[in-house]
Design a protein. Structure first.
Length: 180
């Protein structure tokens, strides 16, 4: 039996969930024995290959058109999609921006801030992804498993990965989901 392929990516957020993944430390060897770890901060690959992955893990809220593309691409390539962390589950801290208009936020960041050398103008580079309201991942694509936390503990991430790598659905109840 082939090892399941696992891949991760991140959207809008702080990458703290990926830091928690790295905090698994030596236990990642146990996961590597059970699964083929593809694009993650550990492998430094930026995208899974075209053959797809069995488990896709996305961290962060959907913040712009580029995030939407990543979410749709990951969903189309994976059998099970995991929303990792509060930002992916319900928008988390990045969603606080939703209380302000985009124009107001950009004006404060680029025009009213002395530390920004923008010449008093809001950038209009067409290469920049267009910011949108921050949305939870499941508001953009179907999600199979939700792992809340800011960030989830390394123990919870290890548990979820090891269960999925062994073809089991993780049971995220009780003590696993308390915040530290």
């Amino acid at each position: 039996m082939a090892k399941p392929k696992i891949s991760t990516d991140w959207l809008a957020g702080c990458a703290g969930c990926h830091m928690s993944l790295l905090d698994i430390d030596e236990k990642i060897i146990q996961i590597a024995e059970l699964a083929d770890i593809r694009a993650t901060p550990i492998t430094d690959l930026k995208e899974p290959d075209e053959s797809g992955v069995d488990v896709g893990i996305l961290e962060g809220g959907v913040n712009n058109s580029a995030n939407e593309e990543v979410a749709h691409r990951m969903r189309s390539r994976c059998g099970i999609l995991v929303a990792l962390g509060d930002c992916a589950v319900f928008g988390g801290v990045p969603a606080m921006r939703n209380f302000f208009t985009l124009e107001e936020t950009l004006r404060r960041a680029y025009v009213e801030t002395e530390s920004t050398d923008s010449g008093g103008m809001i950038p209009s580079d067409p290469e920049l992804a267009k910011p949108t309201e921050v949305r939870a991942l499941q508001d953009v694509v179907p999600v199979d498993i939700f792992v809340p936390g800011c960030p989830p503990s390394p123990e919870v991430i290890f548990y979820v990965l090891s269960e999925l790598a062994q073809g089991r659905r993780p049971d995220l109840k009780g003590d696993l989901l308390h915040w530290h």
